[in-house]
Design a binder for this molecule. Structure first.
Ligand code: SF4
Length: 395
């Protein structure tokens, strides 16, 4: 018997042909592309200060969901953004009801919603909890007033702490996003941010190094010399501090940027890192279905207009052949701290991981950036610091 996700070897015209047996999606991502303001470092798909578009967006989502022939059963549902909690309580209820209709949540499900501290009124929290949301990911980024101002965030440390306290009263799984490498930030300040996050007793902490994406205000400000990246060695020391401090406080690192108390790793994101299929809805949302990755149009207004008009709203579409799928699985799988299971990889893609880049593989093992056992290969701590360069060699 061939299980889903494995390679099936067929003989066609006397030639052995490998073909992937595609699994059914068990995860669903919904992009909510609204924010009060576009932060200077952000290049996500969103539209700022347009509450007038939310009702049309919700109607368009209903149209997009109706392209499914029937409701689907999933293990994880994730509302990301943008800022889902930018919606009013009434609009959030409409959004939740829409997905409760089309996505049947299997027992033990995980339903995450990204939130912004400033938007978190108690009535919105109650709507989410009553709908069945059981995980909130809060974009705190920092507790330091100067850093938050530089990042153009609209909350301060007190607002963030108050939001976390109210979240913890209602949800058993609360995650914080933190950013390091903010211009002017010192290693000591980053240590203080980590300590404050730990003291709040949340279940999950994500730490991201600030990136300067082309096209953002931060990119142009840095080009003009108005702000500067923190020195590379300081940024690395900040990342190493997170990898050292958080596990000692019970937050086990399970992915390059993610730390969780036991049992609280984000199951939805693990779907991506295992290169498993998933549904995606909303502008800019990607889906991976039957080996085809589709990304919806990134313009919020274009996506709404086309979807409501019954026109195609997919911006890009790519069918992954077996080798491309294998390389992508390495790129994603190496992000996980336990790495990639070699036998399962070979069974799924019909090729060994090493065969994708034999010289680089041997070099990285020798340089102690990759470590392997008889069953797995994974990035070492040093390898995680240089993850982008290592992974690039397999693409
Ligand atoms: S709140 Fe988040 S999603 Fe919205 S603009 Fe700022 S960084 Fe981007």
């Amino acid at each position: 018997m061939v299980r889903r996700g494995e390679v099936r070897r067929d003989i066609r015209n006397g030639v052995v042909v490998n073909s992937i047996v595609h699994a059914l999606p068990r995860a669903c991502y919904v992009h909510v592309p609204f924010c009060a303001h576009r932060c200077g470092y952000c290049d996500f798909t969103l539209i700022a200060r347009r509450p007038d578009l939310v009702d049309d967006y919700l109607t368009a989502l209903a149209v997009e969901l109706a392209t499914l022939s029937q409701p689907q059963t999933v293990d994880t549902l994730f509302f990301g953004g943008g800022t889902p909690t930018y919606l009013s309580a009434h609009q959030l209820r409409r959004l939740c009801e829409l997905f409760r209709h089309w996505m049947i949540l299997d027992s033990g499900y995980e339903w995450s919603v990204e939130a912004n501290p400033t938007d978190l009124t108690n009535d919105k929290l109650d709507v989410l909890r009553e709908a069945g949301v059981n995980r909130i990911s809060l974009g705190v980024q920092s507790f330091d007033a100067d850093q938050l101002k530089l990042l153009e965030r609209d909350h301060d440390g007190m607002v963030a702490r108050d939001a976390i306290a109210r979240l913890r009263e209602r949800f058993e799984n609360v995650s914080l996003d933190l950013i390091f490498g903010v211009p002017g930030q010192t290693l000591e300040q980053w240590h203080a941010t980590l300590e404050q996050a730990i003291a709040l007793g949340v279940q999950h902490i994500s730490t991201y190094g600030l990136t300067f994406e082309r096209g953002t205000q931060f990119w142009s400000k840095r080009t003009k010399g108005m702000i500067a990246s923190v020195p590379e060695e300081t940024e690395r020391a900040m990342y190493e501090a997170a990898m050292d401090r958080l596990p000692r406080q019970g937050y086990l690192q399970y992915e390059i940027s993610n730390f969780a108390q036991p049992g609280f790793a984000c199951r939805h994101n693990q779907t991506y890192w295992r290169a498993e299929p998933f549904f995606g809805f909303g502008p800019g949302a990607a889906s991976l279905l039957r080996g085809v990755r589709r990304t919806n149009h990134r313009s919020v207004t274009t996506w709404i207009r086309r979807t409501l008009a019954g026109e195609p709203s997919v911006g890009e579409q790519e069918e992954l052949d077996q080798e491309a799928a294998a390389r992508e699985a390495v790129m994603l799988g190496l992000r996980q701290c336990h790495g990639i299971e070699l036998a399962a990889f070979e069974q799924r893609f019909g090729t060994s991981l090493r065969s994708l880049a034999p010289e680089a593989y041997d070099h990285f093992v020798k340089a102690a950036l990759l470590e392997r056992s008889s069953t797995h290969v994974w990035l070492t701590c040093e390898g995680r610091c240089l993850a982008d360069s290592v992974i690039l060699e397999f693409l």
